[in-house]
Design a protein around this ligand. Sequence first.
Ligand code: DGY
Length: 462
Amino acid sequence: MRGGAAANGKLQKTRKKACDILFSNSDKVWRNGSAVRRTVPSRENYTHQWLWDSATCAMGLIHVDPQRAYDEVYSVLSGQWKNGFLPHIIFDPKSTGYFPGPKVWKTEKYSPKGVLTSGITQPPLVGFSLWYLYQNAPNKKGVIEFLKSVLPQVKKYHDFLKTYRDSEDSGLLTIVHPWEGGCDNSPLWDSPLTQIELDDVLDRLKKLVDSKRSDLKIGNHNHRPQSADYHRYIYLVDLFKKTAWNQEKMVKISPFAVKDVLFNSIWCMSNEALANCFRMLNQPKEAKKYEGLAKQTRKALMGLWSKKEKLFLDVDVSHGRNKPILENTIGTFAPLLAKAVTLDQLPSLITRLTDPTQYWTDSPAPTTAVNSPKFDKERYWRGPTWPITNFFLIYGLQNYIKYPYVKKVHDTLLKKTLTMIADRGFSEYFSPFKTNGAGNSGRLGFGNFSWTAAIFIALYEK
Ligand code: DGY
């Protein structure tokens, strides 16, 4: 009893710290003469605005300061291009340290006037975030006004993705850069990235990367992607820049083109979320349209299940390929979010998740299975446990919570995620093991991370 009260006290204190982090990572930027507030992921390295980070921050902020949550969405939408595209970064022109900065992307002819952005997108989480804000807003009248003002832009983004990233109408969107998938150096991208020969990366680009990488100047090399990964990342940026950021050409010529399970599961649940918003606003035609997109993607995701491997597999579709990518990563659980897991598949996914040789570590769930030859307990998306993927797992399990064996895992993972953050702090990601062998409690990446704070608040409120 007393232990429970103490634990609760610790969680409450951590919630307070989480709010402090969100507010201290808050910036004011000027757009068309008015100030918009937004959150930078961290004061270390990530000093601009990232798309899926902001969609997540809004979900934490709604519990603390709803107007601040709405501003987060307004500010991220202020980077929208005419064609509906939402960039993964909106730069702060005053902050010049981060690489690759606006000079590398050179998108100013296409981005909104006076707004510097990248030229690729990130997992389309903003739709899900809108419905989350509606459900958790204390003042329904206020959130409805907010939704009415932002839905046209989010709808335009979804229409953009559907048009350009699923021109074949398969139900699955194509990502053209590992950064679009969000899990930058996941083993998932190893095989597709071999399409880019390192010898084909110009020396000029290699030199630029090696001399400018900001993450290595301030971060721990062992926690970050390798040099060869970065050479390929920037090769792709350079290639797309040469198409003048023409989406049709980018998809066609990119040596990296993947139908990713996580990205598409988020796409599915965000379409469902948009449908919910439109239904609530009494716009049945729009609701039907996005419900239809969600259904189509759910069905297509079901087709990514490998009976043999008992995994949902990404597919490499570059240059007409259709090659499943055989890796055991956290993405395999993402179809839970999209309600695309059948009752036959569910027990085997849960067995996999709760297997200590794969995902059920001291601090579950690592982003790559521990028994994968690619597993690396420290290196970014190749092993460490990330709060965002735990958040997805918890919400995915929630969809199947009526089954007691799922509920048990859901409740345990929720508790372990909160404890991991309360015990270790607001790092970007964590060692899946109790300590990292270096006496540093397994805190990895950059510190005082905004979405770690936001996820803590959202999960605490759950
Ligand atoms: C980075 O810089 O690590 C980002 O993930 C790319 O957006």
